[in-house]
Ligand binder design. Structure first.
Ligand code: PXL
Length: 277
């Protein structure tokens, strides 16, 4: 069985980060190892959340794994909360990167043109450095704009997205995916740039008029799982976009849905069926 390690926080309530990555990757038939970077009572869109920092556990966990000669088919990082964590994760990459495995960085920092509470431009600059060590990065337009130090634009065209992707890869990542692209009316999707092949690929779905926390985590987890399962990059993107849209639809159609995250749980059968074809 393939094995992914995912490094991000555990928000006890919130349907994001580890509470999304663990079930989704496991459901895809891939072992999911975790490095929890912090424990929060909820994600940061709630007021008054608690935050226990687990930074000092990261290195001892890595050291033990090295001693046990454990390895991973992919290293997938999400929400990271401090400069020190960025440095430790960078070292983790040095320790566990092999010629065969892949590093996927989701530079979780913000959305809709704004950074989440606690993040700064300086942090975005350092996150950009971490992204430079990745094989694949999956920012949204907000995160990409901050990492490139450019103004966030609400309206843009295809050329603009292509330009951002190229600039992101110039910082070191081999492949970049921009999520939440909406320059086509009534559609939402992703654009992907492979810097080695110098090629682009886009995939759109009909836009559902609703947005929720945690959709980026659903997308990144599914993409990582599909890639490790051996799907092509293009097929992995389609699977990840389609499943994320299914989750958004299920949430928006449910009058009793929770405001703070998507219904990815009842849509897991869709994902399992989709990857079993
Ligand atoms: O969904 C990304 C995410 C992950 N972890 C925490 C968050 C968020 C988004 O707000 O607050 C703690």
């Amino acid at each position: 069985m393939k094995r992914i390690v995912t490094i991000q926080d555990i928000s006890c309530i919130g349907k994001c980060s580890l509470t999304v990555a663990l079930p989704i990757i496991s459901a895809m038939g891939v072992e999911t190892a975790v490095v929890p970077t912090a424990v929060l009572s909820t994600h940061t869109a709630f007021k008054g959340f608690t935050f226990r920092d687990l930074t000092s556990d990261i290195q001892p966990i890595a050291d033990h794994w090295k001693q046990e000669k454990l390895g991973f088919d992919a290293i997938y990082t999400g929400y990271l909360g401090s400069f020190e964590q960025l440095e430790l994760v960078s070292k983790f990459f040095d320790d566990f990167k092999t010629a065969e495995n892949m590093i996927i960085v989701d530079p979780v920092m913000g959305d809709f043109g704004k950074l989440y509470p606690g993040f700064t431009q300086e942090f975005a600059d350092k996150m950009a450095d971490l992204c430079g060590k990745a094989d694949i990065i999956v920012p949204n337009m907000t995160e990409a704009s901050f990492m490139l130090g450019i103004e966030y634009k609400e309206h843009y065209d295809e050329e603009y997205v292509k330009e951002l992707l190229k600039k992101l890869c110039e910082k070191g990542a081999k492949k970049a995916v921009l999520t939440g692209i909406n320059y086509v009316k009534g559609k939402i999707g992703v654009m992907y740039y492979d810097s080695q092949a110098d090629s682009y690929f886009t995939y759109f779905q009909d836009k559902v008029n609703a947005s929720y926390h945690g959709t980026g985590d659903v997308f990144a987890s599914t993409l990582t799982g599909a890639l490790v399962k051996g799907f092509t990059f293009e097929d992995s993107l389609k699977i990840a976009v389609d499943y994320t849209v299914e989750c958004i639809k299920a949430t928006s159609e449910d009058p009793n849905s929770r405001w703070y995250g998507v219904n990815f749980e009842e849509t897991i059968p869709y994902l399992v069926k989709r990857i079993s074809k």
